[in-house]
Design a protein around this ligand. Structure first.
Ligand code: NAP
Length: 294
C-alpha cells in the first residue's frame, strides 16, 4: 500500500528527485529568514503574532512526522523491491533515528518546564525538513542503499560502523546533558519562587508563570565555552550516524548539511540575543557554537 502513489514510499526516480531537492534547494532556502531578515519566530526570538502556535503542541506535530515517515517507508518499500530481510545495519541505523526522535519529538517538549510559541511558518519549515529527511533516509535504508551483507562490507566495514555508533551515542548523551542544563535553569527558578512562601495554590500559579520567558546565561559543561553546545553535540551525533552509514551515504550528508545550515544562523543570532539581553561583559568570551570560529 502506498500513501502517495510513487512518492510515499518513493520510486527510485522520485527518490532521486526528492534527494536533489533536499541536498541543494533546502539548504539554500531554509536559513534565509535568519541570515537575511533576522526573523525567526520561535524560542528566544519568538514575537507576538496571531499566527503563533503553542510551543509544546507545535514542537511535537512538526517533529514526530519524521520518524513516523521513516518507519512507514521501512515497512513498505522493501516488499516493493522483493527484499524480504534487510541486513542488521539497516535496522540499527533506523533504530538510531527512532531513538533520537522519540526523545526530540515526544519527550523533549514534555520535559521542558515551558516553551515559547512557534510561528506557523517556522512550524511548516520544520515539518518540511522532517518529511524530506525521513523520506530520503528511509528510502536509502529500505531499498536504495546497501541491502546485502556484501554491500555493507564495502559501504561501511564493521570497525567504522562501530566507531560511528560510539560517536552517535556520545553526541546524543552530550546533547541531552546540555538540554537538561537549560531545563534546570527554569526548574531552579520554579523552586525559588515556591520557596518564597505563597499559599500552595499561589505557588502553582507562580511556578508555572515564573518560568515563561525566564532566561539565564547557562554555565555548566560546554556552556562554559559556548552558548549553543547542545547544537554542536547534535551535529556530532549525526556525524557519527554518517560515519556508520558510510561516507558515500548521500541522505546522511544532506541531513547533516541541512542541520548545520538551519541551526548555525540560529546560534549566531542567539549569541547576539544574549549580548543584547545580558550585556557583552556577562556573556564574556563565549563562542556561539563552534569554538574558534563562531
Ligand atoms: N532549532 C532547530 O532548528 C533545531 C534543529 C534540530 C535540532 N534541534 C535541537 O532541538 C533542541 C532544542 O533546540 P532549540 O533551538 O529550541 O534550542 P534553544 O533555543 O536553546 O531552547 C531549548 C529550550 O531551552 C529553553 N532555553 C533556551 N535558552 C535558555 C536559557 N538561556 N535559559 C533558560 N531556558 C532556556 C528554551 O525555552 P523557550 O522556548 O522559552 O525559548 C527551550 O525550551 C536542541 O537540543 C537542538 O540541538 C534544534
Amino acid at each position: 500500500m502506498s500513501l502517495l502513489d510513487g512518492w510515499l514510499p518513493p520510486t527510485r526516480a522520485h527518490y532521486g528527485l526528492i534527494l536533489k531537492l533536499w541536498q541543494f534547494a533546502y539548504p539554500a532556502v531554509r536559513p534565509r529568514p535568519l541570515w537575511v531578515i533576522g526573523w525567526y519566530g520561535m524560542g528566544k526570538t519568538s514575537t507576538p503574532s496571531r499566527l503563533n502556535l503553542p510551543g509544546r503542541a507545535a514542537w511535537m506535530t512538526m517533529e514526530a512526522p519524521g520518524f513516523l515517515t521513516l518507519l512507514y517507508v521501512m515497512r513498505t518499500l522493501p516488499a516493493q523491491h522483493g527484499i524480504d530481510d534487510l541486513p542488521w545495519q539497516n535496522r540499527v541505523l533506523a533504530g538510531l533515528f527512532v531513538i533520537h526522535y522519540t526523545y526530540r519529538a515526544l519527550l523533549f517538549p514534555l520535559l521542558q518546564p515551558s516553551m515559547a510559541p512557534i510561528h506557523v511558518l517556522v512550524w511548516a519549515m520544520a515539518l518540511g525538513f522532517q518529511l524530506l529527511n525521513a523520506t530520503c533516509l528511509g528510502a536509502w535504508l529500505a531499498a536504495y542503499g546497501p541491502v546485502t551483507a556484501d554491500a555493507w562490507a564495502a559501504q561501511s566495514p564493521l570497525p567504522q560502523f562501530a566507531l560511528g555508533l560510539a560517536v552517535f551515542y556520545a553526541g546524543l548523551s552530550a546533547n541531552f546533558f546540555h538540554d537538561e542544563e537549560l531545563r534546570e535553569i527554569r526548574r531552579r527558578r520554579q523552586r525559588r519562587e515556591q520557596q518564597q512562601g505563597c499559599s500552595s495554590k499561589d505557588n502553582n500559579k507562580a511556578g508555572r508563570g515564573a518560568t515563561t520567558n525566564y532566561y539565564e546565561i547557562p554555565q555548566a559543561g560546554l556552556f562554559r565555552y559556548m552558548l549553543f553546545p547542545h547544537y554542536l553535540c547534535e551535529w556530532v551525533e549525526w556525524a557519527g550516524f554518517l560515519m556508520a552509514a558510510g561516507w558515500s551515504c548521500a541522505p546522511a550528508w544532506a541531513f547533516l548539511t541541512n542541520e548545520v545550515c538551519s541551526m548555525l544562523p540560529r546560534a549566531v543570532r542567539g549569541k547576539a540575543w544574549y549580548v543584547e539581553r545580558f550585556g557583552r561583559e556577562k556573556v564574556g568570551r563565549k563562542w556561539a557554537v563552534i569554538p574558534g570560529v563562531w
